[in-house]
Design a protein around this ligand. Sequence first.
Ligand code: ZN
Length: 755
Amino acid sequence: MKKRIILCSVIAFVVLLVAGVVGVGVFGARTVNFENSLTVENKTEGVYVDFSSHSHADGYYIYRFDETQKETIATITKLNKTAFTDETAENGKMYQYSVQAFNDEGETFETQSLDIMRIETPEILSVKNGVGGIDLSWKKIDGVDKYTIYREHKGAKTLIAEVSPDNPCEYTDETAVNGEKYKYAVVASADKYKSATEYEKSNTYVPAPENVKAVNNNGSISVTWSKVADADGYLIYRKTNGNKWTYLGTFGNDIIGYTDTDVSSGNVYTYTVKALSENIYSGFDSFGVSTNYVDAPTIKNIANVDDCVKITWNPISKATQYRVYKKADGETNWKFIGECRSASFTDSKVGDGVGYRYTVRAVGDKGGLSTYLEGKTITVLKMPGIKLYCGGKAITVKWDIRPLATSYRVYRKAGNATNWTYIATVKSDKNYYTDKQVKNGVNYTYTVRQVYSDIYGSYNKGVSTKFYPAPKVTAKLSPKGLRLNWDKANAGTGYFIDRKTENNMNWTNIATVDGLGKVTYTDAKADYGYYNYYRVRVKGTNRISDTVSIYGIDPKIPAVALTYDDGPHPTVTHDILDVLEKYDARATFFVVGSRVPEYPDCVKRAGKIGCEIGNHTYNHKILTSATNSQITAEISKTNSLVKNITGKAPEIARAPGGSFNSRVKETVDMPLIQWSVDTLDWKHRNANSVISSVKSSTRDGSIILMHDLYTSTAQATETIVPWLISEGYQLVTVTELMQLKGIDMKDGSVYYSAS
Ligand code: ZN
């Protein structure tokens, strides 16, 4: 009874509905509509068969046809139930369904039959945050053509992708937005049939950190990543040499970097990072980023060696190779310059005076590279170019001036020596060194190192020469000019004559003498009135004579020699020297040896201004009445006293009183100088008398006798000197006078004048 009442009310509702909407007759229309009222669709539990109720029905049979048979799979007698789920349909199989209504009067009404392929719902196995989106995976359904992915977001459902069943049952929703919540459905379809659409699992998207990088430092690895918006923290995981992930810790949102100090050379470390946002974890890159950690080599030593830079460093365990980098002063980027297996490297591509910084990176046995350390700097100091010259008694080592050098160190190998011997440090204001410790015929090799601050420059193999002395050169005046003589050289093809003068202190080659036989040269174009300097170079060798200097006096101009005997005197000699100096004139002083130690400054000064010092015995002894040994002592004592003061022993003598005989000439054994103008100053002690004597008797080549003991003589000198000059005379020493006139003075000979 109860059943009927419910049925009646349902029928009444349906009748009202259909009558209202369709406006057709109740019974007839029902029958027709029932035939077309079937729908079938795949639901998760099975094939869902749905139909309209029939007003005359007391029940329904649900029929299912497969290829082989038609069977009744259900009988429904509950009249309010017009649907049935066929849970026995097999996935991938085609079925036909129809429904037949029946009643107690034996009437039946049957729907048309509908085809459907049973397709199971692909169960979503997981929806989770991945790398670059939300990762979905679902259970594979056999026999389907494709999977269609739908997404529900804020109530809107959209188709977002189709996936071929040839691919894995996975999809990454890359359009997911950080912080948004999504629900997904996966629908499998085959031909026109499809599985149920079930929005099951939801996920709030938190992106995985991107740009994860692991970089070797010295003693640690830096792991960095890009910040994920709104993340509350990051979880760091590491694996060593491909083993399992180990959780290293969670770090706050303000950190986008982690420094892993628990590392050792030769291990591969792999890192991955997860973001955490409102208790939801992002996905993570399961491959991670790897680095083969290698300790960084420390440069132990950096040095200038053989005009290159040699770098050595501490070897690194598990390193198979080293890579060397440098940058020159002012450069910002490291430049790779080479690799090697040993812990040292030589860089030959360096410029002298340039500063470089070097660093070395180790390559690990599994391929990693150590970090760049700051490295070490050096200023390249190559060996300067060297030239060697053999002088009279020494080898001169000359080198190119290097702009940075603060000093130079000179080294030598003598003969067959294999090791360098340090011989000198030369300050940078000089670029040569004279090595006097040399022997004839011995081979010498030299090298020079620059020193800049505390940096020592390179050695190299150096430059060699055999030492042979250069010719010794002498210079004197002659009637035709300044005359040079030198020793004949034992090698070479001739001689170069070089000159410099007070007015031009650069060496100038003034003549070439071909062949070794001729060993004299007269310079007719000397700089008269100044000092002239000469050297002789042996053509075809590195021999350069020592420099000789000579005061230039013009042989074409008349000349006289003033001579002063019996000094030195503390005031008179100086007064005379004052006059001579004032007029750039010179004279000859025949000194008494016993007075020399008392007034050495007079002698010294006379020598310094170009005057000649002659020997006038030690005690002013009349030599004709002295014994031979007394004569020898008188002469030699004075010679050595003068030499001590001026550095040069007298080369001429004057006998006291002008007294000599053949025994005296022979024993003195020096040129004996008399005079041609006797002023008798010792007798008159009168300046005017001296002056008139000079004015009346002097001619070209005269030797004038005076004594630097008397004030009157000094006064006379004040007049004589300018007068003689005004008369056109040059005032020269006795030796100069003789040379100008071409007189070759001989020991034991007597000379009165040069006219
Ligand atoms: Zn005298």
